[in-house]
Ligand binder design. Structure first.
Ligand code: IMP
Ligand code: MG
Length: 336
């Protein structure tokens, strides 16, 4: 029984949503709670024929037996939240901490009309930066002041810590990625908050001593959306040659593609306190690995890549994603 944090190790969009979904089906958590910035995040989860892009509801929603929380530190855009809850039909089991900061239309306007945020930084235009700024200035509204959110309000840390005390499994899902952390990322080309595992725990009011595992998700070929340094970035020609083309879930901007960055992986694993790593997109390292679910059937090329990645990260790679569907994964956690 444990409390597990799942975070992104590179610049976001590592495939955390899919890893969260898999771990949920496997570990049967009673609560899946989101940390991270807010609706600037987009999680794509593919189950069978259906593809979901969520921005507010935890990406673990595909697992039907957990309550879904939005942690205290997360920004809530009530319009996005209510639309998603209705669309996904999860209104009965989704809850918002009553202290969450509210994103107003005005925050979105400020985000999009700011030359600095919209152009220089390349923000997602979802109002997150200005809303976090207003929280710091202590003028932002909280979820408890929004009548439409009334039916969803909860004291998330109270519920989470109670479940931990009862020995239930809990999943805390992060959003964004290490490289765009306000503190540890490529400042000023970052998001408006820290994105490391400690922040995700704090967002949910779970103390560090109650975290049992930190799974850091790395992409075999990292990507970055928006502006800012990307030391292993490859040219569009190179990524086209590899057959890699990706678009953002929120902004639909084309993502920049890079080579594996061992130094960044190491540093990210250190700050996140990584106990286990997940590697996504191994089918891009070797197309023959697409959809494989047993480690033994991976090719030598893929195994060599994983051995190198594990060396860089300094923690065991226990989850290997071999395709976009939730079922396309190798899970070695039981072999630890
Ligand atoms: P903001 O978070 O909208 O202020 O955007 C700041 C920077 O973080 C921009 O480069 C965004 O593209 C990036 N960003 C924010 N959220 C995500 C995410 O969930 N995945 C990837 N990049 C993100
Ligand atoms: Mg995303």
């Amino acid at each position: 029984m444990s409390c597990t944090v799942i975070v992104g190790g590179f610049f976001g969009d590592e495939g955390k949503g899919k890893i969260v979904a898999h771990v949920a089906y496997h570990d049967h958590p009673t609560i899946i709670s989101r940390g991270g910035v807010g609706p600037n995040a987009g999680h794509t989860v593919i189950v069978g024929e259906k593809e979901y892009g969520v921005r507010m509801v935890p990406s673990g929603f595909v697992y039907p037996d957990a309550r879904l929380f939005i942690g205290t530190g997360v920004l809530v855009d009530p319009r996005v939240f209510l639309q998603e809850v209705n669309l996904l039909g999860v209104g009965e089991r989704t809850f918002v901490d009553y202290r969450c900061t509210i994103i107003e239309e005005e925050h979105i306007r400020r985000d999009r009309s700011s030359e600095h945020l919209a152009k220089t930084i390349g923000s997602t235009g979802s109002g997150c930066g200005p809303a976090n700024a207003d929280r710091v200035l202590r003028v932002a509204r909280q979820a408890k002041e929004v009548p439409e959110l009334e039916p969803f309000l909860i004291d998330a840390p109270w519920e989470l810590n109670g479940a931990i005390d009862r020995g239930e499994n809990i999943l805390l899902e992060g959003t964004q990625g290490f490289g765009i952390s306000l503190y540890y990322g490529t400042y000023p080309f970052v998001t408006s908050k820290d994105t490391s595992a400690s922040q995700i725990a704090a967002d949910n009011g779970v103390g560090p001593t109650n975290i049992d595992d930190v799974i850091v998700v790395f992409k075999a070929y990292p990507t970055r959306v928006g502006e800012g340094p990307f030391s292993t970035e490859m040219s569009r020609d190179e990524s086209d040659r590899l057959g890699i083309k990706e678009f953002g879930t929120v902004t639909h901007r084309q993502r920049r593609i890079g080579e594996w960055d061992g130094r960044m992986a190491r540093y990210s694993a250190m700050i996140n306190g990584c106990t286990q790593a997940a590697i996504t997109g191994i089918d891009r390292v070797d197309h023959e690995c697409f959809g494989i679910t047993e480690y033994g059937r991976l090719t030598k090329k893929a195994k060599d890549f994983l051995a190198m990645a594990e060396q860089d990260i300094g923690a065991p790679v226990t989850l290997i994603s071999t395709g976009p569907d939730v079922s396309q994964i190798i899970d070695l956690r039981d072999e630890l």
